[in-house]
Design a protein around this ligand. Structure first.
Ligand SMILES: [Zn+2]
Length: 345
């Protein structure tokens, strides 16, 4: 089985809740997700590699230092301010139109500062959020180390996820873009371009925006059509496509055949790359509470085979997937498919 990278610190983020349409609802991006995946991997005989601490250089290639600095201190500042919420949550947003495009002033009020960096109200920060998000970066970078040292495949078993984070804004239950950081680090180590194929059920909007206009990182995303009313709502349309970006939005309720045809198109798009990062969300699966795509476990295995047949050095980074009963087996199926695709090309 594929080696997988793990850090106990990824369990330290307990979002507790999301604020959605003004209502506090129970969180779905839970530490138990990673625990379940790890259990399935170990049961399948996968080899665990402990994450190694990396300095901030790869992180700062991708994210603004102001965002990183905010995330690092947000909980400490919030919790010292006797506010009535037990999590950092924005209430006013520094949209560029608000300031005529001028740099917004950093607010004096601690409770206004999240509005400089957050783009939704769902993505709460509490004790341990920074430590877990930063550990997820180390997990992804350790997986890059494994592949750069000659292993054909490595899987970063990390959370919180990252593909919704842009250079300077966090949201979508994501804080730091682990997938983008892995791609950037891989590009520095292996021959490019690097392709990112995102098969999470939701558009990888952060990753797309981070590499917009670049030809050394190719981005492809297979996801439920935001035009049908799904997150991230404002992005993920085919109209955003160009030579280095491919969005494949799919109607709610599609099953394996149409989903796999889109994965095949994404694989063909990625074929000219020298290395591959897979943003592996398993929330496209039937039964997942967060999306209406109806992909089976066999579909995920076949997606693995399709991407494995590319024969590229590959780092797999965990993104979404919220059904605790199936998340582990779905990851195992995908990784097994990747190995089968590589060996039976
Ligand atoms: Zn998702």
């Amino acid at each position: 089985m594929v080696p997988f990278v793990w850090s106990d610190d990824c369990l330290r983020h307990e979002p507790a809740a999301e604020v959605w349409v003004g209502v506090r609802t129970p969180a779905t991006e839970l530490p138990a997700r990673a625990v379940a995946i790890r259990g399935s991997l170990l049961a399948a005989g996968a080899r665990e590699v402990t994450a190694v601490a990396h300095d901030d250089s790869a992180l700062l290639e991708v994210h603004d230092p102001e965002l990183v600095g905010f995330l690092r201190t947000a909980w400490d500042e919030w919790s010292a301010s006797s506010l009535p919420s037990d999590r950092v949550v924005p209430y006013v947003f520094a949209r560029p139109e608000l300031t005529g495009g001028r740099e917004p002033t950093t607010p004096a009020a601690v409770w206004a500062r999240p509005g400089l960096f957050a783009y939704d109200t769902m993505t709460l920060i509490g004790p341990g959020t920074w430590e877990a998000a930063r550990a997820a970066v180390d997990v992804a970078l350790t997986a890059v180390d494994v592949v750069a040292s000659g292993e054909p495949l490595a899987y970063a078993c990390c959370r919180p996820p990252g593909h919704h984070v842009t250079r300077s804004l966090y949201g979508g239950s994501c804080y730091l873009n682990n997938t983008a950081i892995a791609a950037s680090a891989l590009l520095a180590r292996l021959d490019g371009p690097v392709a990112i194929v995102d098969i999470d059920a939701h558009h990888g909007n952060g990753t797309q925006e981070l590499f917009l206009g670049r030809d050394d990182v190719l981005t492809a995303s297979v996801h439920v059509d935001p035009g049908a009313g799904w997150f991230p709502h404002f992005l993920g349309f085919a109209a955003e496509n160009d030579e280095a970006n491919l969005n494949l939005p799919l109607a709610p309720g599609i099953r394996d055949v149409a989903w796999l045809a889109a994965v095949q198109r994404a694989a063909e798009f990625a074929a000219r790359a020298g290395a591959l990062v897979i943003a592996l969300g398993v929330d496209a699966a039937a039964g997942d509470p967060e999306s209406p795509l109806e992909v089976t476990a066999g579909g995920y295995r076949e997606a693995g085979r399709i991407l494995g047949r590319l024969g590229l050095p590959t780092v797999v980074v965990q993104e979404g997937g919220y059904d605790l009963a199936t998340i582990g087996p779905l990851v195992v199926e995908t990784l097994a498919g990747l190995e089968e695709g590589r060996t039976r090309r």
